[in-house]
Design a binder for this molecule. Structure first.
Ligand SMILES: Cc1ncc(COP(=O)(O)O)c(C=O)c1O
Length: 394
C-alpha cells in the first residue's frame, strides 16, 4: 500500500492529513515505513495513557484471543473480561457509581447518557456548554454550539441549551425542565479549560436543586492524565453519570458510562432493550481495558504526572508562548496568535516529534503524551518545539 492508496481509497476527514505511513509503534515511539522515528506527544489524541503496545495490555488481549472472541450481543451472557472491567470501575469510583454500561466509542456513550438522563427524569432538555465537544454522531453534535459544523446536518436534536463554562450567571438557565447537564470536566477542544472550583460547586448545587442529572465527559482527562484516575475526583463532587473512553482501552475502541445501578437498570425496562449494542463489552477489548485500568491503578503514582507537568512548564519558557493551559499531561501551549500553529506542528513532525492541534483554540499546540513518557523524552520534545516556535516567530 502506498500513501496514494491512503488518499485514494480511505475516506478523508480533512484535506490536510499528513498520512504518515505507519510501520510499527512501541512505547512513546512511532516508526514509519521509511524507518523514520517519531516521538509521540499526541498518544492517539489522549487514547494511549500507557503508550503503544504496553506489554500487559498486549498479553491480556492475546490470552483472551486464545479463549473466545465475540460470542453474543452485549448484556446477554456473562463474559469475564467485561464483568471484571465493570467491577473494577465500581471499585475505583465513589458511591453511587457502581454500575457500568460498555459501548464502542465516546460518542456512543454520550448518546446513551443523553437517553439515560431523559429516561430517568422524564424531561427532554439537555444543557451543554458553549465550545463543548462530545463527539460527532447526531445526538452528540446537537450538544455543540458550533453552528458552522452543525448547519449542514440539521435537523438535529431539539431542546438543547448551551451555557458558558465557568459562568455563574448562566447556571440559572438550568431549570426544572432540564433532564441533564453535560460537560467535559476539562474542556478539551475549547483549549484545555479548567473549571473554577466555586463554579463547579454552584453547578452541582443547582442541578441537585432542580433534579437535573450531571453527566461528566471524562473521555480526555480520564484514565490518569491529570494525575487522578478521573479529574472530577480532584474536584470532590460526584456526578450522576461518568463517561469514559479513549484511554480506557489502552489502544482499543471502548467507551463506558458509569452511574448508579438504580439509574442504569432503567435501560432494561419501559422499554426493555432501552439501549443495546452488538459489540459493546467485546471480550478482547474489555481484556485490554481491564489490563489498562489495572496498570494505571497500580502504577499511576510512579508515572509522576505532576513532576512531568512541571518539567514541561519549566522547559517551555519562551516569549512567544503566552500561557500553558491544562493540567497534568493534558497541556496546551497557547501561542501569541494563530498564524503559525499548524506550521509549527508540521516542522516538529519533520524533526521527529509529534504534536497536534485543538479543535477550536487555533493558537494551541496539544501536548498529551503517554503518561509513561521519560524526562529525557520530555526535554527532547520541548527542545524541538521551541526551535520550531523560534523558527516561525524569529
Ligand atoms: C471530550 C470528548 N468527548 C467525546 C469524544 C468522542 O469520542 P469518540 O471519538 O470516541 O466518539 C471525544 C473525542 O475526541 C472527546 O474528546
Amino acid at each position: 500500500m502506498s500513501k496514494n492508496d491512503f488518499f485514494k481509497y480511505q475516506a478523508p476527514t480533512t484535506p490536510f492529513a499528513p498520512g504518515i505511513e505507519i510501520e510499527k509503534a512501541e512505547g512513546c515511539t512511532i516508526i514509519d515505513k521509511d524507518g523514520n522515528e517519531y516521538l509521540d506527544l499526541v498518544a492517539g489524541v489522549s487514547a494511549l495513557p500507557l503508550g503503544h503496545r504496553h506489554p500487559e495490555v498486549v498479553k491480556a488481549m492475546k490470552d483472551q484471543i486464545d479463549k473466545y472472541l465475540h460470542v453474543m450481543v452485549y448484556g446477554e451472557f456473562s463474559q469475564d473480561p467485561a464483568v471484571q472491567l465493570c467491577k473494577k470501575l465500581a471499585d475505583l469510583l465513589p458511591e453511587p457509581l457502581d454500575m457500568t454500561y460498555l459501548v464502542n466509542s465516546g460518542t456512543e456513550a454520550i448518546e446513551a447518557s443523553i437517553k439515560l438522563a431523559r429516561r430517568a427524569t422524564g424531561r427532554s432538555e439537555i444543557v451543554a456548554m458553549k465550545n463543548c465537544y462530545h463527539g460527532n454522531t447526531l445526538g452528540s453534535l446537537s450538544l455543540s454550539d458550533y453552528e458552522e459544523r452543525k448547519a449542514p446536518f440539521r435537523p438535529l436534536l431539539p431542546d438543547v441549551k448551551n451555557i458558558k463554562f465557568n459562568c455563574f450567571a448562566d447556571i440559572n438557565l438550568i431549570t426544572h425542565h432540564t433532564a441533564g447537564v453535560i460537560l467535559e470536566s476539562i474542556q478539551g477542544g475549547a483549549g484545555f479549560i479548567i473549571p473554577d472550583s466555586r463554579w463547579w460547586k454552584a453547578l452541582f448545587d443547582r442541578c441537585r436543586k432542580v433534579g437535573a442529572l450531571i453527566i461528566l465527559d471524562e473521555i480526555q482527562p480520564g484514565m490518569g492524565r491529570t494525575g487522578a484516575l478521573f479529574y472530577f475526583q480532584k474536584l470532590g463532587l460526584v456526578p450522576d453519570i461518568v463517561v469514559s473512553g479513549k484511554g480506557l482501552g489502552g489502544g482499543m475502541p471502548i467507551s463506558s458510562l458509569t452511574a448508579s445501578s438504580e439509574h442504569l437498570k432503567l435501560f432494561a425496562s419501559n422499554p426493555m432493550l432501552g439501549h443495546i449494542t452488538t459489540f459493546g463489552g467485546n471480550p478482547v477489548i474489555a481484556a485490554a481495558a481491564l489490563a489498562t485500568l489495572s496498570v494505571i491503578d497500580r502504577d499511576l503514582k510512579s508515572f509522576d504526572v505532576e513532576g512531568k507537568e512541571l518539567r514541561f512548564r519549566e522547559s517551555l519558557n519562551n516569549q512567544h508562548i503566552v500561557e500553558i493551559r491544562g493540567t497534568g499531561l493534558m497541556l496546551a501551549v497557547i501561542l501569541k496568535d494563530d498564524q503559525h500553529t499548524a506550521a509549527i506542528v508540521d516542522r516538529c513532525r519533520e524533526n521527529g516529534v509529534l504534536f497536534f492541534l485543538l479543535l477550536f483554540e487555533k493558537r494551541a499546540v496539544r501536548i498529551t503524551p503517554p503518561l509513561t513518557i521519560s524526562p529525557n523524552e520530555i526535554d527532547h520534545a520541548c527542545g524541538v518545539l521551541l526551535e520550531a516556535i523560534d523558527h516561525f516567530y524569529k
